[in-house]
Design a binder for this molecule. Sequence first.
Ligand SMILES: [Fe+2]
Length: 296
Amino acid sequence: MAFGVISEIGYVSLQSKDIEGTIAHGRDILGLTETHRSGNAVYLSSRARRHHELVYLDAPENGVGHIGLVAAGKAGLDLARTRIVDAGYPILSNTPLHPGVADGFAFIGPEGFVFEIYIGLEPVGITPTGHAPDRFGHVNLHPQHLHAMLTFFTDVLDFRVSDVIGDDFAYFLRCNAEHHGVALIKGKGWMHHHAWQVQSIADLGKLGDRLHDAGSRLLMGPVRHGAGHNMAAYYVEPTGAVVELYTDMEWILDDDRPPIVWPQDDRAWATKWSIYDFSEFRSHGLFPAREHIAAN
Ligand SMILES: [Fe+2]
């Protein structure tokens, strides 16, 4: 169903200075299951039962390690590789960064974010937890140079613009029929959140209950977003990254649907049910790691 070189958002890897605490949080709060562990890397998956959708890397500092993008087959991978090389992005690896993948390469993209583009992620035979999300869905980045990041995704990687907020304030981008696999909001140059699809709004309530029982709380939500139409709730994980659980996202079956444009001061693009002060919500995020730690 992909219309370009990327077919879906594959995984995110995060460097953690408290690897065991972070894994326990990913299991007990987010509901993921460990699929594999080798060296400094721990691989986790949801109900989607893939080799990895989230990777935690043992590291001296917290930071975003890699953002994984699944190529549209071998042809998509080859074309993406050619475009990345031609565009001059530094290649970090000409082979996959992690086990469980057939082919891939990694490079340093705009603002220091490392991307891996790959194919052939292996399925795994795990039994998901009772509160496992359905699958990994999207990343929300807050680039300092919004238009350069937009051009990278649209011109180099064929993403399409689903919604636009304000005059160059935010863009929601898709690589398949799901409303967004990447969201870009002008900001500090960090990743704000990684997001996971769940089955219903009841799962958002259960998330709030798990956080409460663990002595914590939601950061925001449940809310109904205007852009994307998803209902969502957010919390902060131990690395400092925000995590979103969402359901009822818009699917765009018309490839030529023109972008929906929202005035920036129309807060319904963000939350339709009530008005929030976003200052705390936007004060959390995780910068790309200053030192690239490879899985070993
Ligand atoms: Fe999101």
